[in-house]
Design a protein around this ligand. Sequence first.
Ligand code: DXP
Ligand SMILES: NCC(=O)COP(=O)(O)O
Length: 237
Amino acid sequence: MTKLSVNINKVATLRNARGGEVPNVVKVALDCENFGADGITVHPRPDERHIRRSDVYDLRPLLRTEFNIEGYPAPEFIDLVLKVKPHQVTLVPDSPTQLTSNSGWDTKNNLEFLTEVLDTFNNAGIRTSVFVSTDVEMIEYAAKAGADRVELYTEPYATAFPKGREAAVAPFVEAAKMARSLGLGLNAGHDLSLENLNYFYTNIPWLDEVSIGHALISDALYLGLERTIQEYKNCLR
Ligand SMILES: CC(=O)[C@@H](O)[C@H](O)COP(=O)(O)O
Ligand SMILES: NCC(=O)COP(=O)(O)O
């Protein structure tokens, strides 16, 4: 089964627009779980423009499904993750001011750094995932660094999908096969949507997890959160 982890960053963006507690990020996360989500993802950024460190602490004891924390492993992030102990940490190579994630790691050039960070999380019993492009060498080096999983950065798939779905998915299938041959678990995310998710899943049915936020929260404006989550789950069957 491919798990659907709902990324609630955008719920926090909306909440922060007025400075109060509407919408309530914790309530939305718990509702996502009740509506069928298999996990919750957050990406606390250094400027706290959406998810705040306090949200991460508030969520941890209340979530009943898998909690995935994404981010660049700066000292404050490492400290937060070690204190909160989520089910999974996903390492993303973002700079502090970046608009959104826009590339995977260069795992070869960052091998020493990643090995050290992954070791810290592995020793704490937290499953690790490394955000990568479809470059198979980057996947090989993620395995060498000690990752449990890789997360394929799917923005290039989402962008190419309308122009030709077969060509769009082909490099992802090769990358997914490489990850499988190395014994790595496989996640995927960024710009996955109701339009492109089922085709991705159909071609890579051994996917462990997709994390989806931007499109899913946007769809919920029209469909409602419960129906939206069910429709995304239907894309994974
Ligand atoms: C790693 C990844 O692709 C997503 O977490 C993305 O970074 C979402 O972050 P924002 O919601 O800040 O755009
Ligand atoms: N890891 C990807 C993620 O959590 C959500 O990305 P997006 O759906 O907001 O683009």
